[in-house]
Ligand binder design. Structure first.
Ligand code: GCO
Length: 449
């Protein structure tokens, strides 16, 4: 038992968070460039103009990946690097960058897993209404077609969208993320529907263009674990995990039921009433294209118990519980319960597309980066993941977030999530202790965890 022999051990990044070179090589502007360049949004005024300079240093980074031993690298393709105006003319230098990255990975025995959209929306399309424009799914399909035609010879594994919960919820509802808007519930729901249509169309295009392509989706959402092992508490956690609460943007089921079950969850439909989006006759069929795997970004979850009336109540966390530097709770059981619940409901092989923590890392006097909390986190979470796999949850892979410290959105460089420490003044990379811990996990396929 333990992890399957062909388990995909990987690490993840996203274009905007690592590439830099924001105005080089013909890249167009994204909503995140505009947002960062406007003061007041990002911690200490940081920008991702240079980030980890991965655009220029990817060869060195691939060597580090090889040393780490990962079998797969999850990165994202920057839409405005491929199509500077979001649609229309193709930027050859952008294509070349991803071709070279894919070649470098393949030559070093690492399978490229590309995310088509990880939040760097083309500014030119934002000016045309962005996700609210009914044309937006067609724009995404056209972009996907270019990627598939030009890069599909080298890249055979794709995720369509990363965390629609965040880019709609934080971007257009509470305004914390780019483009920083506060839209009505009705508009947000309409955008969400267009986002789901974009996903469905992208899946169709990928299958149409790339023979044997493997396609997934990479959402996230609020999840829950049972406070005790009592069956009624387990049922309460399951209910809570798939609920559509008033604050719906972080719901799992609103964003995954249409994709994997071909329908919106009824509780949400009832609650939204007049605010429900316009749904065309064929829409849900288009949205629910079969997937090869179902990605999920999982960082933590919250304890609940049964309320005695068929519902659930949140349980306070124990005083002094472990937290990350970001203040997120450390809940290893998330990697047992959430994949289990997701697999029961959706019956699609699961890939953990992100999991990790931020720590207050620094280079010590001995020149190394000691991050015992991350080493411990990795072990605890992976043990729980293995327990679920041994009990029958079909999990095919795990991508640690992140390969290296990078630009953490509104927190700038204030949060370090990497297995590799990055000195942002010099761009020097230093593998942390957790890098060597994960290297060992991979080489032993998790046996001695
Ligand atoms: C997300 C994104 C990543 C983050 C990571 C840590 O989950 O928000 O996919 O880009 O950097 O999750 O917050």
């Amino acid at each position: 038992m333990g992890f399957p022999k062909e388990f995909i051990w990987g690490a993840a990044t996203a274009a905007y968070q690592v590439e830099g070179a924001w105005n080089e090589g013909g890249r167009g502007l994204s909503i995140w460039d505009a947002f960062c360049h406007q003061s007041g949004h990002i911690f200490e005024g940081h920008t991702a103009d240079t980030a980890c300079d991965h655009y220029h240093r990817f060869r060195e980074d691939v060597q580090l990946m090889k040393q780490l031993g990962i079998r797969a690298y999850r990165f994202s393709i920057s839409w405005p690097r491929i199509l500077p105006n979001g649609t229309g003319s193709v930027n050859e230098a952008g294509i070349r960058f991803y071709e070279e990255l894919a070649d470098e990975l393949l030559q070093n025995g690492i399978t490229p897993y590309a995310t088509l959209y990880h939040w760097d929306y083309p500014y030119a399309l934002h000016q045309r209404g962005g996700w609210l424009n009914p044309e937006s799914p067609a724009w995404f399909a056209a972009y996907t077609r270019v990627v598939a035609q030009r890069l599909g010879g080298k890249i055979k594994h794709f995720f369509t969208l990363n965390e629609p919960q965040c880019f709609i919820g934080l971007g257009y509802e509470n305004g914390e993320h780019a483009p920083g808007l506060h839209c009505s519930r009705k508009d947000c729901l309409q955008m969400a529907h267009h986002v789901l249509l974009a996903h469905g169309r992208a899946v169709q295009v990928l299958r149409d263009v790339i023979p044997g392509v493997q396609v997934g989706y990479a959402p996230t959402g609020s999840s829950f674990y049972p406070a005790t092992d009592a069956p009624e508490d387990v049922e309460a956690a399951r209910k809570a995990t798939f609920d559509v609460p008033e604050r719906w943007t972080f719901s799992i089921s609103w964003w995954s039921d249409p994709v994997l079950l071909g329908q919106y969850p009824e509780a949400g439909v009832r609650m939204f009433g007049q605010d429900m989006p316009q749904i065309g006759k064929q829409d849900l069929q288009l949205i629910s294209q079969p997937l090869d795997f179902y990605g999920q970004n999982i960082y933590n979850s919250a304890p609940v118990r049964a309320d005695g009336n068929g519902g659930y109540v949140c349980v306070p966390r124990p005083v002094g519980y472990a937290r990350t530097a970001f203040d997120w709770p450390v809940t290893p059981q998330s990697l047992y319960w959430e994949p289990k619940f997701l697999y029961e409901r959706y019956r699609t092989p699961i890939v953990i597309t992100e999991n990790g923590m931020s720590c207050h890392d620094a280079v010590s006097l001995d020149g190394q980066v000691h991050d015992p909390n991350r080493v411990d986190f990795l072990q605890r979470y992976l043990r729980e993941l293995r327990r679920g796999i041994e009990e029958g949850t079909d999990v095919r892979g795990y991508f640690h977030w992140s390969l290296m410290d990078n630009f953490e959105w509104t927190r700038g460089y204030g949060e370090r999530f990497g297995l590799i420490y990055v000195d942002f003044a010099t761009q020097k990379r230093t593998p942390k202790d957790s890098f060597y811990a994960y290297q060992r996990v991979i080489s032993e396929n998790g046996k001695t965890l």
